[in-house]
Design a protein around this ligand. Structure first.
Ligand code: 2AM
Ligand code: CA
Length: 261
């Protein structure tokens, strides 16, 4: 697909930050240092990737606003457009040498996401979409899966970590879902979970307490792949609530009935 100028800027930025993260990832895999040493190293890798993305994206579009995980946000001269960026989604995986993490970049226009890029640099898988142009992975068009029976379907989620208060709600979700489906996966990168739903690798994904930068790019990639994305509270704001449910269209109703209770 021949993307817009903005999409090309996003893909170029993702590749550049991806090279930096892959280099650091090889290093972290070999690091024989204290937990704190590895943690500090990963924070530096994360901040370095964010700087590359900011230089590339705001360098090319200096009037746009900015919202990112590490450095926070700033308003642009153009109040209608904003980059929403997670330089490293799946940080815990990265820290443990697990090759499942990504860069997530979205472009918001008048409150709607109009383009998204999710780049899994370790596997060289570039997921992207623009409004009305379908969803893609590298050179190929992607689509959500066609499975429509719960018992044949697999779903992904994120399990709360570190004593967070949403554990009981997620355990209740799992108690309802696990007996009626073919399995549940927990990979540790919300952005890649959404890219995988778009690519038809699993049927659906839900998670609570996420941030706008975890979700923004995934929203358009899933929708352009033919999937449905909603806030857990029906028709609420996904980015404001940080609670998401998405799936292929045929399974969405059954899946959301189970999750929403
Ligand atoms: P992050 O890697 O950018 O922090 C997985 O459940 C999602 O939760 C990921 O998208 C991850 O984004 C986020 N998350 C934040 N803190 C986390 C932690 N300590 N452990 C696991 N996931 C975390
Ligand atoms: Ca994240």
């Amino acid at each position: 697909m021949v993307g817009s100028a903005n999409l090309n800027i996003m893909i170029k930025a993702a590749r550049k930050a991806g090279r930096s993260l892959v280099k650091d990832f090889r290093e972290v895999e070999n690091l024989q240092v204290s937990m704190k040493g590895a943690g500090d190293f990963v924070s530096r890798a994360d901040i370095a990737a964010e700087k590359i993305l900011k230089d590339e994206l705001l360098g090319a579009r200096p009037t746009y606003g900015w919202l990112a995980e590490e450095g926070g946000g700033q308003d642009g001269e153009d109040p209608t457009r904003r980059w929403i960026v997670d330089p490293l989604d799946g940080t815990t995986n990265f820290l443990h040498g697990l090759p499942h993490w990504c860069i997530s970049i979205a472009l918001e226009h008048k409150g709607k996401i109009v383009a998204g890029v999710i780049f899994d640099a370790a596997k060289d898988e570039m997921f992207f979409a623009e409004k009305g142009e379908g969803a893609w992975m590298n050179e190929s068009r992607i689509r959500v899966s066609a499975r429509h029976r719960m018992i044949e379907s697999i779903f992904a989620t994120g399990l709360p970590y570190g004593g967070r208060s949403d554990l009981p709600a997620t355990l209740q979700d799992l108690a309802r879902l696990m007996p009626v489906c073919a399995g549940v996966r927990r990979w540790g990168s919300a952005a890649l979970d959404m890219a995988y739903v778009a690519a038809g690798r699993y049927e659906g994904f839900w998670e609570r307490r996420l941030n706008a930068w975890d979700l923004a790019a995934g929203i358009i990639i899933v929708r352009e792949a033919g999937g449905m994305v909603d806030a857990l509270e029906p028709s609420g704001s996904i980015l404001d609530s940080g609670e998401v449910i998405c799936a292929n269209e045929p399974i969405f109703d059954s899946f959301s009935k189970v999750i929403r209770g």
